[in-house]
Write a protein that binds this ligand. Structure first.
Ligand SMILES: [Zn+2]
Length: 257
């Protein structure tokens, strides 16, 4: 009896192909993911709410009746004096994370911020994402910025906030080498956007309440949409009114200035 060849069934082969393809993809991801995660995980920590629970010091979680007020990217001769004036009128002190390049251009203004009793902190020399910089470059950037800011203000810098809140392995090594504590934020006014208004800034800040938070605003638009600091200034006035009304103490990171 003639035996006809059994036709090959496509399904099992297709399954095998699919399986091997998915196994290949999984294996590739398994090989690539760990170094990527190791490099970028700290950079993404502030995206996730759980980071405030597991990294409260890094994020700047504080007690309920207090909010830490911080400004990035200054000092700026156009907007920083306006911010200083509002703070003075409300008897509030804040922490200014200064850019070395801005302090180099405006050393007297940096000195005036320190003289007004505000805490001076570091935001690096160049405002560039650390994921794309080598450890050596980051160490050079921070060392240069620290020296410029300390010379202009006469203050020893303790805190550092990397540009965009991005922390790479190089950031950690550089901060440790220079004895700087990294401090991010828990709440922002998204005041850097062209579409920001004083109303959007205050409503963004209020989204989760400000008690117990570290607030991020910008006293310069040098890395933001031009003119966006007008929204910051409007939002800052509203923030002062809210804090006064609700008896929330606004302060720098280090209270005993
Ligand atoms: Zn910045």
């Amino acid at each position: 009896m003639l035996k006809l060849p059994v036709p090959k069934r496509e399904t099992p082969m297709a399954k095998i192909n699919l399986m091997s393809k998915s196994r290949y993809i999984k294996r590739t991801i398994a090989l690539i993911a760990p170094p990527l995660v190791v490099h970028s995980l700290p950079a993404t920590t502030w995206f996730f709410p759980f980071t405030q629970r597991f990294f409260p010091d890094l994020m700047g979680v504080t007690k309920a009746g207090r909010a830490i007020l911080t400004f990035d990217d200054g000092p700026d001769p156009v907007s920083t004096p306006k911010v200083l004036q509002i703070l003075k009128e409300n008897n509030v002190h804040a922490t200014f994370f200064m850019l070395g390049s801005m302090v180099e251009a405006h050393p007297n203004l940096a000195h005036a911020v320190a003289q007004a009793g505000h805490e001076i902190a570091l935001h690096g020399y160049e405002h560039r994402n650390h994921l794309f910089r080598s450890t050596r470059t980051i160490i050079y950037d921070l060392t240069k910025a620290k020296e410029i800011v300390e010379t202009a203000t006469g203050v020893k810098i303790r805190y550092y906030r990397p540009p965009y809140g991005v922390i790479s392995i190089g950031t950690l090594i550089a901060a440790r080498k220079l004895d700087l504590k990294i401090r991010l934020w828990t709440t922002w006014g998204r005041d850097w956007r062209a579409s920001a208004t004083s109303e959007s800034v205050i409503s963004d800040l209020m989204r989760h309440g400000i008690g117990g938070s570290t607030i991020l605003l910008h006293d310069s638009d040098c890395t933001s949409a031009p003119g966006s600091t007008w929204s910051t200034i409007g939002g800052l006035k509203k923030l002062m009114d809210f804090a006064n009304l609700n008896k929330i103490e606004l302060s720098p990171i280090t209270i005993d200035q």
